[in-house]
Ligand binder design. Structure first.
Ligand code: PLP
Length: 389
């Protein structure tokens, strides 16, 4: 059976050029980058190269990149580390209702220890209103954390505007760019960000590696203590092989940006057009234009997203119901709920995220099997017969 992967927002396969460099490093470069001898110096040289490539990916300086154990850890350092470093100034944080759990749960953790958190609402596309942000700012606000693009519905936030507002008020601004980097331009100065989270495994690099961009002069408290690696922001011997793979993935994301995103967007548009034309009672979630080029997120009325996912899986097609991070819990997605979609529709949601290995044939295959699957589920549904949504 043909196997088609359309879950690139959950994770990506390693790029062959990343594999080849990582293999070389695994076999030949095993020194500890903190060691002073030639083995250590060689590992450090590779680490420095990776740091420069990740910096180049987002228009940052070499010394502003701190490697972490992934996007989740970088989000935690950004939110909790900033709060702890600034708690004498104030204890109020602003974020949005549609953030990744790595940010939301960090904020909830802080709320248990005396911080106050405002979760900004979003419109029906999942977009934050900058005017709402202005209204929420208080004299004791110390951090604004709003993601660049959403991992579920793909909506891109007005980050440049948000960055300007944060700057005008002298508030530290963090943006989670895990989903946007490599897909749409991410330049630290254009976004006006003080802190940025990125993750390797969403851009064809290895899992368990990420980076926090921290603008020079911005203060965060570390969450992990020990040997003082990563200039004390993230102690622990560096995941050298992973970081070097991440560096290569960053280099390729810059090199292939235009070609790859143009192709993927064309395929994604073909998928959206086909689904909306062939299947009745379906809704495209997220913003129609201001969305990531590889994301198509639908709610199918009278169908369970998980059942749809499993039926597609039996046909060799891998997608996600809502978000990979919440799909095992079967809780209705907090992102979709925040956009005000009726809960019945939230449960019928499926996310297709395309990537470099997809083809026009893949999209056409999905379009050839999906309408039949949806129709079969609806034929069992008493709600579909009564058209209640
Ligand atoms: N932030 C966003 C927006 C994400 O989509 C994800 C992962 O899906 C993360 C953070 C967490 O990144 P990681 O898987 O590297 O911990």
């Amino acid at each position: 059976m043909k196997k088609i992967y359309m879950d690139y927002s959950a994770t990506t396969p390693l790029h062959p050029e990343v594999i080849s460099l990582m293999r070389h490093v695994m076999e030949n470069v095993y020194g500890n980058p903190s060691s002073l001898h030639s083995f250590g110096r060689e590992a450090k040289k590779y680490l420095d190269e990776a740091r420069q490539k990740v910096a180049d990916l987002i228009g940052a300086q070499f010394g502003e990149i701190y490697f972490t154990g992934g996007g989740t850890e970088a989000d935690n350092i950004a939110v909790i580390g900033t709060a702890r470093a600034n708690e004498k100034k104030g204890r109020h944080i602003i974020t949005s209702a549609v953030e990744h759990h790595a940010v939301i749960d960090s904020c909830k953790h802080l709320a248990k220890t005396g911080f106050e958190v405002t979760f900004l609402p979003v419109d029906r596309y999942g977009m934050v209103d900058p005017e709402e942000l202005k209204k929420a700012i208080r004299p004791d606000t110390i951090l604004i954390s709003i993601m660049h693009a959403n991992n579920e519905n793909g909506t891109i936030q007005p980050i440049e505007e948000i960055g300007k507002i944060a700057k005008e008020h002298g508030i530290v601004f963090h943006t989670d760019c895990v989903q946007s980097v490599g897909k749409i331009p991410v330049r630290v100065d254009d976004l006006g960000a003080d802190l940025i989270t990125i993750s390797s495994h969403k851009i064809y690099g290895p899992k368990g590696v990420g980076a926090l961009y921290k603008r020079k002069g911005v203060r965060v408290e570390p969450l992990v203590f020990g040997g003082g690696q990563e200039r004390k922001i993230r102690s622990g011997t560096e995941n050298t092989i992973g970081i070097i793979g991440f560096g290569k993935a960053a280099e390729l994301a810059v090199r292939d940006f235009q070609e790859e995103n143009t192709k993927v967007k064309m395929l994604r548009d073909r998928l959206i057009k086909g689904v909306l034309a062939k299947i009745p009672d379906v809704r495209l979630n997220g913003h129609p234009e201001k969305r990531l080029p590889h994301n198509a997120h639908f709610s199918f009325a009278y169908v369970e997203g998980e059942s749809l996912l499993l039926s597609l899986d039996m046909k060799g097609i891998a997608v996600s119901s809502g978000s990979a991070c919440s799909s095992s819990s079967l809780q209705p997605s907090h992102v979709l709920m925040a956009t005000g979609i009726p809960e019945e529709l939230v449960h019928g949601s499926v996310r297709f995220t395309l990537g470099r290995e997809n083809t026009e044939e893949d999209v056409d295959y999905v379009l050839s099997v999906l309408p039949g699957i949806v129709e079969r589920f609806r034929s069992f549904s008493p709600l579909a017969a009564r058209k209640t949504v």
